[in-house]
Design a protein around this ligand. Structure first.
Ligand code: MG
Length: 363
């Protein structure tokens, strides 16, 4: 099974409601889809979102990275030689982790198709069903409470609350949501780098003292502020999770060395794809650290790959934040992972199981 062509397309899917965090506001998924074609007629699918505020990537940079740097080295390569092909992708250029992830996901999809098995089985196997949380965007208090109650009505039992704006308002937001939802959902807070270390300690302690039970607080301080992250982790009871502070395995080793966080959020778009995500999960497992697996604003192409990774590493990936498809107005994928609100399940199909994708605009 040799690679003969790599094509790029644009996928546009409106979101049900605008996605708002301390860093950005977005109202639709507009991702680059990579399709890798083989000499025997197989197609592998990958996807990259332009998350400039986090990975530094834009539509233009993703297209250029794949077209000029990654694709030319893959033509003629044999899918059976997975590690070699992955190495060619990862060494094609520095950074550009989402572009690399899109290419890698398509290659892993083909590799599993080549072996005739669902990808997760080849990554180690597991129970092919998961349950995800749902993100509640940062808004005025009443909107956030209404969104949280709506999520519970849709069957979610775990909510990712976006905060990280003005700290006193954030405390009001979280207390109001906690009062409204009671014991019906676990609360995960994500400040998206919006606080200083001192603010984070004050806010989290106030919430703890007020009896608000938080499963974890994600990325309270700036990505580069590992000292600040460690300070927060040391001075509150609630587990602290690193997201933007840990892109790949090397960042994770530094976090572990500094004991700067209790948990790490693995995302394929930060690690450069599946190989880096597996490596992070294995490093975390070695050090007894729990992981979340998360996504950017992605549809059910690349999030499907994250579901396969999560199932195959369920020993260490215990928290699932793969709600990209749930935030979308429709699922453009025929086949693939089934996203039914909080319930995610992998069908018994080879690779990622994607048969076709609706509405792709060739680039
Ligand atoms: Mg986050």
């Amino acid at each position: 099974m040799k690679i003969v062509e790599i094509r790029l397309s644009m996928l546009r899917v409106p979101l049900r409601t605008p996605f708002r965090t301390a860093l950005r506001e977005v109202d639709s998924v507009e991702d680059i889809v990579v399709t890798v074609h083989t000499d025997d007629g197989h197609v592998g699918y990958g996807e990259a979102p332009p998350t400039a505020a986090i990975t530094g990537e834009t539509h233009a940079s993703i297209i250029a990275a794949v077209r000029r740097h990654i694709a030319p080295r893959l033509i003629g390569e044999d899918i059976a030689d997975l590690n070699r092909v992955v190495g060619l992708i990862q060494s094609a250029l520095e950074k550009n982790t989402s572009a690399k992830a899109a290419a890698e996901i398509a290659i892993y999809d083909l590799w599993a198709q080549y072996h005739g098995a669902p990808l997760y089985q080849l990554l180690g196997g597991g129970h092919p069903r998961l349950s995800t949380d749902l993100t509640i965007s940062v808004n005025d208090v009443d909107t956030m409470v209404a969104d949280a109650l709506n999520a519970i009505a849709r069957g979610y039992t775990s909510l990712k609350i976006k905060i990280g704006k003005k700290i006193d308002d954030d405390i009001v937001r979280v207390r109001a949501i906690h009062t409204a939802v009671g014991e019906s959902a676990l609360l995960r807070l994500d400040a998206n780098q919006g606080w200083t270390a001192a603010e984070a300690v004050r806010a989290i302690r106030q919430l703890e003292d007020a009896g608000v039970r938080m499963e974890l607080v994600e990325q309270p301080v700036k990505a580069h502020d590992l000292e600040g992250l460690r300070h927060v982790t040391r001075h509150v009871d609630t587990p602290i999770m690193a997201d933007e502070s840990a892109f790949g395995p090397k960042d994770l080793l530094e976090l572990i060395r500094l004991r700067a966080a209790d948990i790490v959020n693995i995302k394929l778009m930060k690690t450069g794809g599946i190989s880096g995500a597996l490596r992070m999960a294995d490093i975390a497992a070695m050090h007894g650290m729990e992981c979340m697996i998360g996504c950017m604003l992605e549809s059910s192409i690349s999030v499907a790959a994250a579901v396969h990774v999560a199932v195959a590493r369920s020993n260490v990936i215990t928290k699932i934040d793969l709600d990209g498809p749930s935030l979308c107005t429709f699922n453009p994928v025929d086949g693939g992972v089934d996203f039914d609100e909080s319930h995610l399940s992998i069908p018994p199909l080879p690779g990622l199981g994607i048969r076709s994708i609706r509405g792709l605009e060739p680039l």
